[in-house]
Design a protein around this ligand. Structure first.
Ligand code: SF4
Ligand code: ZN
Length: 445
């Protein structure tokens, strides 16, 4: 295969982005309604090792610049290959397909978005057979527990749509499994560094109450992966001591963050978007953003195409949030995290959520406390910040308790310390405040 393979395969291609004008075709992404990738474990005699099945239009039959539905089904078998590993094997489709020169893969599950470059197409990468062959080769080389592997590619909506519907049931069952377990019930958490090739200081801390931000790896998946491949991208984290019950700060997580971010970050507070929040690589299913004007939190998911209530679309939020930095007030999350009993527990949980697109609000309806459902605005209610404030006021949203109409501070002396000297995580916000002081001291650092 090596001689005939039309393009190169290697880690060097991993960070490659393919711009619109350079793409031969786009597969999945926000412009098509149906797409999915799935790994399923099979019995050894159920699949044919090395086989690639293509159903639907192949690459050479696709229009240049066109967008098409896509399914990547990877079926694996082996003595040690068990159901518990499906999600973590599935997550590797992302990095392995990115090893292919001129092939870009973003996101996961029902959100996949791929592009093939014109250059690679012209070099002869004109069939999904090559995608299948490359994946088979990489999976077998990197995960020796896989003894047999078969890949199926679907590209017609009539096949992709029902496949996605079935796959969604499988993703849901995986997510549901972790819902009954809490951070307090376990002695260890798990970590993932798979995204360090894109965001070198990023590491995911995965706990029962905090699924990874890509939504693809929960606590059970992390555990299964760490067991079969302890030196791989998923590893065990000793929980350590809970040193701050409100911020959910664990010594074990802090030690892990320090080590894996190479000292860039020192601590994570698990269930907050302020102070020392979790970092975000770029694979988040949604972004939570603080809206200072109303003291509330907005949420926007990846497939929302309009402007958010702070006047920018998801893409702008994503540029701001990604890259593995710790950012106060911006955080990438999985949709499933919104179902966690500890969802932004430090910040007020659902009492703090003020805006989200209707699509996602309906999707997580079961997780939103009933009395709050109508109080959370969507794009249908408004995308204007002033109107949002009026709406929250009329609805008597609990976030109002955080509004200070007018504050008058009277003091003999007022000392202003630059923010970087103040205690991390502590801030004093004065809105519409009138300050009377006989003396004001501003100290230079
Ligand atoms: Fe791993 Fe986190 Fe990247 Fe998901 S987002 S692949 S859990 S590092
Ligand atoms: Zn990532």
């Amino acid at each position: 295969m090596a001689e005939e393979f039309p393009v190169e395969i290697g880690v060097v291609y991993e960070g490659e982005r393919i711009r619109k004008q350079d793409m031969q075709v786009e597969l999945g992404g926000t412009k098509v309604d149906y797409k999915a990738e799935l790994v399923q474990c099979r019995k050894v005699d159920e699949i044919e090792d090395g086989k690639v099945i293509i159903k639907g239009r192949d690459l050479q039959a696709m229009e240049e610049g066109g967008q098409y539905p896509l399914v990547i089904l990877v079926e694996v078998a082996g003595e040690q290959v068990e159901k518990d590993l499906e999600a973590v094997i599935e997550r590797r489709i992302h990095d392995f397909s990115n090893y292919i020169e001129g092939f870009m893969h973003v996101n996961q599950r029902y959100d996949i978005w791929c592009r093939l470059s014109k250059k690679s197409f012209q070099k002869g990468f004109n069939s999904f057979t090559y995608l299948g062959q490359a994946l088979i080769k990489l999976f077998k080389a990197e995960l020796p527990i896989i003894e047999k592997i078969q890949i199926t590619i679907l590209t017609e909506e009539e096949d992709v749509k029902p496949f996605e519907e079935e796959a969604r049931k499988i993703y849901e069952a995986r997510d549901a499994r972790a819902r009954d377990l809490s951070d307090d019930d376990v002695d260890e958490f798990y970590g993932c560094v798979l995204c360090q090739s894109f965001a070198p200081t990023h590491v995911c801390a995965i706990t029962p109450d905090r699924i990874s931000l890509c939504g693809a790896i929960n606590w059970f998946d992390g555990r299964a992966a760490a067991r079969v491949d302890p030196k791989g991208p998923n590893f065990k984290i000793e929980k350590g001591e809970l040193i701050d019950k409100e911020k959910f700060e664990y010594t074990g997580i802090n030690e892990m963050v320090k080590e894996k971010s190479l000292g860039e970050n020192q601590r994570f507070w698990l269930h907050t978007m302020f102070g020392n929040p979790h970092t975000s690589c770029g694979c988040f299913e949604a972004i939570a953003f603080f809206i200072p004007e109303v003291e509330g939190i907005g949420i926007c998911h990846r497939n929302y195409r309009g402007e958010t209530v702070i006047g920018v679309p998801f893409s702008t939020l994503a540029t701001q949030t990604g890259g593995g930095k710790q950012l106060d007030g911006f955080l990438g999350i999985a949709i499933e995290y919104m179902r966690s009993p500890k969802f932004f527990a430090t910040d007020g949980g659902w009492n703090r959520i003020v805006w989200m697109p209707k699509f996602i609000k309906e999707q997580v309806r079961d997780a939103i406390p009933e009395h709050l459902y109508d109080k959370i605005a969507t794009e249908e209610i408004t995308t204007d910040i002033n109107e949002l404030k009026q709406f929250l006021d009329q609805q008597d949203h609990p976030v109002k308790e955080r509004w200070i109409e007018e504050a008058v501070i009277e003091a003999d002396e007022l000392e202003v310390i630059p923010l970087d000297q103040a205690f991390a995580g502590t801030r004093l916000i004065l809105k519409n405040a009138r300050i009377h002081a006989d003396k004001v001291i501003i100290r230079r650092k």
